[in-house]
Ligand binder design. Structure first.
Ligand code: PXP
Length: 250
């Protein structure tokens, strides 16, 4: 995809994370299921972007997948990655539409918390400048906390992706509190000139209140969609999620 196409200001977009198609492939180190083929099915089903995470341990997505995704996709590629030099160099070669910088621990099952932007201020500022110089949009995956959002603006990120994991894990009143936090932090981020995405732990049962938060542009969802695809097929799993986030919003 040509990176000059800018999707600015649109709302209720769906980015589908295809990592777990590759997780299944890597279980046997075979060619199938192929995440690039999967990404094309997701694109055809109407999703707005493809998200994947090149992890340092290469447990799912491999370097060659990225180059093929960049070559074959018509919709934007959003590359999740740690701000580590090896991965930064690969990302600068691939030239995705967007990078989302995430914290990464080798032993975690999935990205557990948001980035500590304050604690890694100088390194993130320099890394963001390198991507921006190359025409790549930058997003920081952060917990919905005032200090991290202010720091994201200070390091000149264009986007924040608000971590919805706590919202997804809580129930009842606690979930309502998390939702309120996400609403308030979306407002704060926008008031500071940042654009806002959200994701992690979202599924067919909990996504609507997040999709209804004014100002969030794109939801990045992986595990629940790929899991449902086993039962209903990938195209239908994507379409069902699109229907929830685009059509059931008043
Ligand atoms: N956004 C970010 C930054 C992530 O790290 C992940 C997990 O890879 C997701 C969204 C998608 O989370 P889930 O797979 O729980 O939908």
């Amino acid at each position: 995809m040509n990176n000059t196409v800018i999707l600015s200001g649109a709302k209720n977009l769906l980015g589908v994370n295809i990592d777990h198609i590759a997780t299944l492939r890597q279980a046997r180190r075979e060619e199938e299921p192929n995440p690039v083929k999967g990404a094309k099915v997701v694109e055809e089903a109407g999703a707005n972007s493809i998200v994947c995470h090149l992890r340092e341990d290469r447990r799912h997505i491999q370097d060659k997948d990225l180059f093929l995704l960049k070559e074959r996709l018509e919709i934007p590629l959003n590359l999740e990655m740690a701000a580590n030099e090896e991965i930064i160099k690969i990302a600068l070669k691939v030239q995705p539409y967007q990078v989302t910088l995430v914290p990464e621990k080798r032993k975690e099952l999935t990205t557990e918390g948001g980035l500590d932007v304050r604690g890694n201020f100088q390194h993130l500022k320099e890394t963001i400048a390198r991507f921006k110089k190359n025409g790549i949009l930058v997003s920081l995956f952060v917990d919905p906390e005032i200090s991290q959002i202010k720091a994201s603006q200070e390091v000149s990120s264009q986007f924040v992706e608000l971590h919805t994991g706590s919202y997804a894990n809580e129930k009842g009143e606690e979930r309502k509190k998390e939702l309120k936090k996400i609403k308030e932090m979306t407002e704060l981020a926008i008031s500071l000139g940042l654009r806002v995405n959200a994701g992690h732990g979202l599924n067919y049962k909990n996504v609507i209140p997040i999709a209804q938060v004014p100002g969030i542009e794109e939801l990045n969802i992986g595990y629940s969609i790929i899991g449902r695809a086993i039962f209903v097929g990938l195209e239908k799993a994507v379409k069902e999620m699109l229907k929830l986030i685009k059509e059931e919003i008043p």
